[in-house]
Design a protein. Sequence first.
Length: 411
Amino acid sequence: MRGSRPGGRVAWLMAGAAICTAAALLVALFVPPELRVRGFAPMVLGSALLGGLVGLVPGVREIEVAAARTMLGVEEDLVVPARPSPAHRLRSIAFVQVHLLSGAVLAAGLTMALPASTVVIVDVLRGGAGSFLPLPADPLGRAAAGIGAVLLAVLVLVIWWPLGALAARLAPVLLGPTAQDRLALALARSAQEAARTRIARDLHDGIGHALTVVSLQAAAGRHVITRDPASAEEALARIEDTARRALEELDGMLAALREDAPSGGAEPSGQHRRRLEAVLAEHRRAGMDLHAQVDVPPDLPAVQGEHLVRILAELLANAHRHGGPGPVELRLGPVGSVLHLEVSNPLADAADAADAADADPAVEDRMPRRGGHGLPGLSERCALFGGELEAGAEAGRWRARVRLPILQEEP
């Protein structure tokens, strides 16, 4: 909470006094004259009831929240729900009551108690001559009355501080988030975290795969540029093509985040197969000895086909980055209603890799690296469709198996 703001808190209290006075005048129009004279309670109760109903007026909570922040100096979370619940309405009514009653207390002190105490002080100083109020006749009694009047005047002049402090303490309780608001906020933050995780996974799988291919092509081109310029030129052309497609994918992802990507985008028939073949050709051009058996169901849903391409690209990129020399085996096809994908590559032996690196520094780029996040991202991507990923070393090879239930699009 910010420091005390005398001017702001006094203005907040006076605004409450003005609204309470208006409510009292409206009540006076409907209370019979004899009740106004005989009973003060009906007037007070009627004013409080009418003033509390102000809390149900649309926009009042927004005004109270803004006033609490700017006048009372409240820094805690205050909420203005788009769809107020009964709890929000009850709390709004309660805070409006606090506002009006505290303002009425200050107004009563300034308009009644302070003038009365001033009169008593003046009469005591004048010795009781021509007194407007009955004062004790003895000097000691008049002195006590004068001291009491001074204390009352001081209390009226400083009462804004405890009233404003109390309102500032109650504002976060009555205008702050309810338990349902906190739950909704937690769910919203959880959704934001999930969206960030998905974006990070897509960037890793898409852009990371492209950068892997680019780095391999660059390493190969660097080592043949003097003795085989044609091969180096071909490697540069592949780098250009891969980088262009990576930029197109990045632009598409950013457009989707901006919600300006074209809608209605079911991929054309056979698009998954063509994209898969492009990924396979890309790795073969980068030097991978790839043996592939691919059978993609023709009716695979577009969204599942998109994820399948990314899963396959990440598995082959991992084989390129971390695998040893030798053939890479790939099998992809349906078994009943489940799509099976398996990628197997030789493990990189540390001693062999070191010898190979001495002979050809380009091999260093394929040495195993630590700290990757590919497998956790692949597991999350598989789990989106109820699938699973298994990966590990088996008989000198690294095997990754993916099982994805084939989804059926609604007609």
